[in-house]
Design a protein around this ligand. Structure first.
Ligand code: FAD
Ligand code: AMP
Length: 485
C-alpha cells in the first residue's frame, strides 16, 4: 500500500501516540494517553451497514451494546407474558413491534458511538476515520475513507484491531439465511425456526433473544458438556433453566454442513446416534472469534503473530518491537471489552512513565441470559485440580427476600475459599443481576479479601447482594438465612 500521496493540509503528521483501532480497547487507550498530556490520534475504519463510519468497534456497533439492548427488550416481552400475571397484573392485547425494538437498539448504538467522538473532543484526541497500517520505525500509513493517504509517525503505536467472527467452512455465511452474530442482531422478523451453531456466550445470548420473542430455537454444540469453561455446578443450573425456557440445546452435536434450499437452511450434524438433519429458517454461526489483523502490519513492522494469529505481547502488552504495543481481542486472553479497556489504560499509563498493571486473575465473565451468569476467579473444578484444600458456600436466591419480591428467585451465589488462609479463590453467581453482583467479588479479590472479610461486611437488607454475604458465611457453615449443610 503506497502512503505518500495527497495529504490533507492543517493536520499534524506526528504524534506521541497513534492508536490503530477505536473499539473498547483502543478508544480508552487514546483517552488515557491524552489525559497523560500526550498528543494522540486514534485511527478506526469501522463502517456500519448504512456506510456511516463509527468509533466503538465490535462492542458498541455489533456486540455488547446492541445485544444487551435486545436482551433487555426481549426479556421485558417474555416477562410480560410469563410473569406479570403472577404479580397480579393482567395485560391484554400486548403485541410485539420488532421494528420499534430494532429502532430503539440502533438509537442506543448511535448515541454511544457518537459519544466517543465527544469524549475524544473533550480529551483532545485526534479522530482519524479510515485504515491504519504499521510500517517500519513506527510510521503509520493512513488511508482515509475518501481515499486520501498520509504517512504519520509516532513515538508509540498501540495496535487494537480487535477480532472477527470465525466462519464455519462447511456452513459459509449467506445473508439473510446463514449469518454471524451481527446479522443475528439485525433480523427484521422473528424466524419461526432458528438454528444456532455454538453454545458459547454469544450463541446463548442470541438464542435467548429470539426464543423470548417466539422463535423455536435449536442450539447445536459440538462438545458433550455444557459451558465447559464455567463452574459445572453453575453450568448444570443454567442448562436446566434454559431448557425450561424452551431452548433446545443439543450437546455433542457437531455441524458438518449447511445449505440454503428455497427459503430454509438444511443443517447436517453428527451426534452419538450418527448423522442428523435439521431444517431452520435462519442459521446463526456463533463458533467463536479470531484475532483480526488484515493489512495491519507491513512485513518489516517488527511485530510478530503467534500460531493462532494473535499479536505476540508480554504481560505489559508490549509487542517486542520498540514502543509498539497491542491490546484487546487481537492479543491473548479472554475476548472481553473490559479486559481490552484495562489493557488500554495500562499501556497508556506505561507510555507516560506511570505505573500500569493488569491483574488477569480477576477479569470477571458475564453471560447476559436469564438467569444471568457471572463469575470471577477459579471454578471448583480448577481449585480441585490445583490440589489446594478448599471450602464452598452456596446461597440460593430462593432464600433472598429481594429476589422473591422481584419474582426472580432462580439460581444461587457460590463462594470458594482456601481452607488454610481463607483466601477467596472464586465466586460464581447465577441469578438476577449476577453481572452487577459480581463486581463486589471482583473488588474483594482485587484487594485480597478473605471470606471472613466479606462475612464481616454489612450488606443492606433486603438486597440481592446479601446472597454473596450469605455465601461467604455458608463457606464456614455460619449462614443465617439458609440451612448449613
Ligand atoms: P473491536 O471492538 O473489534 O474493535 C476494533 C476496531 O478496530 C474496529 O472498529 C475495527 O474496524 C478497527 N480496525 C481493525 N483494523 C484496523 C485498521 N487496520 N485500521 C483502522 N481500524 C482498524 N464483551 C464483553 O465484555 N461484554 C459483552 O457483553 C459482550 N457481548 C458481545 C456480544 C457479541 C454479539 C459480540 C460479537 C461480542 C461481544 N463481546 C462482549 C466481545 C467484545 O465485543 C470484544 O471483546 C471487544 O469489542 C474487543 O474490543 P477491541 O477494541 O479489542 O476490538
Ligand atoms: P465461544 O468460543 O465461547 O464463542 O463458543 C463457540 C462454541 O461453538 C464452542 O463451544 C464450540 O465447541 C462450538 N463449535 C465450534 N464448531 C462447531 C461445530 N462445527 N458444530 C457445533 N458446535 C461448534
Amino acid at each position: 500500500m503506497s502512503t505518500d500521496v495527497k495529504q490533507p493540509a492543517g493536520l499534524a503528521d506526528s504524534f506521541d501516540v497513534i492508536v490503530i483501532g477505536g473499539g473498547p480497547a483502543g478508544y480508552p487507550a487514546a483517552i488515557r494517553a491524552a489525559q497523560n498530556k500526550l498528543s494522540v490520534a486514534c485511527i478506526d475504519e469501522w463502517k456500519n451497514r448504512d456506510g456511516a463510519p463509527a468509533f466503538g468497534g465490535t462492542c458498541l456497533n455489533a456486540g455488547c451494546i446492541p445485544s444487551k439492548a435486545l436482551l433487555e427488550s426481549s426479556e421485558l416481552y417474555y416477562r410480560l407474558h410469563e410473569e406479570f400475571a403472577q404479580h397480579g397484573i393482567k395485560v391484554a392485547g400486548a403485541q410485539l413491534d420488532l421494528a420499534q425494538m430494532q429502532k430503539r437498539k440502533s438509537g442506543i448504538v448511535r448515541g454511544m458511538t457518537q459519544g466517543i467522538l465527544a469524549l475524544f473532543k473533550g480529551a483532545g484526541v485526534t479522530p482519524l476515520q479510515g485504515h491504519g497500517r504499521l510500517l517500519a520505525g513506527r510510521k503509520v500509513g493512513f488511508v482515509a475513507h475518501d481515499g486520501t493517504r498520509r504517512t504519520l509517525s509516532a513515538r508509540h503505536v498501540v495496535l487494537a484491531s480487535g477480532s472477527a467472527p470465525i466462519e464455519l467452512r462447511s456452513a459459509p455465511f449467506k445473508a439473510p439465511y446463514i449469518v454471524d452474530s451481527w446479522g443475528a442482531l439485525d433480523l427484521d422478523a422473528v424466524p419461526k425456526r432458528l438454528g444456532v451453531i455454538g453454545a458459547g456466550v454469544i450463541g446463548l445470548e442470541l438464542g435467548s433473544v429470539w426464543r423470548r420473542l417466539g422463535a423455536e430455537v435449536v442450539v447445536l454444540e459440538a462438545l458433550p458438556d455444557f459451558l465447559t469453561f464455567a463452574d459445572q455446578q453453575l453450568a448444570k443450573e443454567a442448562l436446566r433453566h434454559f431448557k425450561k425456557q424452551g431452548l433446545d440445546i443439543r450437546l455433542g452435536a457437531k455441524v458438518t454442513g449447511a445449505a440454503v434450499s428455497g427459503n430454509a437452511v438444511d443443517v447436517a450434524y453428527t451426534d452419538a446416534k450418527g448423522e442428523q438433519h435439521l431444517s431452520v429458517d435462519r442459521l446463526v454461526v456463533a463458533i467463536g472469534r479470531r484475532p483480526y489483523t488484515k493489512d495491519l502490519l507491513a512485513n518489516d513492522s517488527g511485530v510478530e503473530l503467534d500460531e493462532r494469529g494473535f499479536i505476540k505481547v508480554d504481560e505489559h502488552c508490549h509487542t517486542g518491537a520498540e514502543n509498539v504495543w497491542a491490546i484487546g481481542d487481537c492479543v491473548r486472553g479472554p475476548m472481553l471489552a473490559h479486559k481490552g479497556k484495562e489493557e488500554g489504560v495500562m499501556v497508556a499509563d506505561l507510555i507516560a512513565g506511570r505505573f500500569g498493571e493488569m491483574n488477569y486473575k480477576v477479569v470477571p465473565s458475564v453471560i447476559y441470559t436469564a438467569p444471568e451468569i457471572a463469575w470471577v476467579g477459579l471454578t471448583e473444578e480448577q481449585v480441585k485440580a490445583s490440589g489446594r484444600d478448599y471450602k464452598v458456600g452456596v446461597f440460593p436466591f430462593l432464600a433472598s427476600g429481594r429476589a422473591r419480591a422481584m419474582e426472580q428467585a432462580a439460581g444461587f451465589a457460590k463462594l470458594i475459599a482456601a481452607r488454610d488462609d481463607d483466601e477467596i479463590l472464586g465466586v460464581h453467581v447465577i441469578g438476577p443481576l449476577a453481572g452487577e453482583l459480581i463486581a463486589e467479588a471482583v473488588l474483594a479479590m482485587e484487594y485480597s479479601a478473605s471470606s471472613e472479610d466479606l462475612q464481616r461486611t454489612i450488606h443492606a437488607h433486603p438486597t440481592l447482594s446479601e446472597a454473596l454475604h450469605e455465601a461467604a458465611l455458608a463457606a464456614d457453615k455460619r449462614a443465617i438465612d439458609s440451612l448449613n449443610r
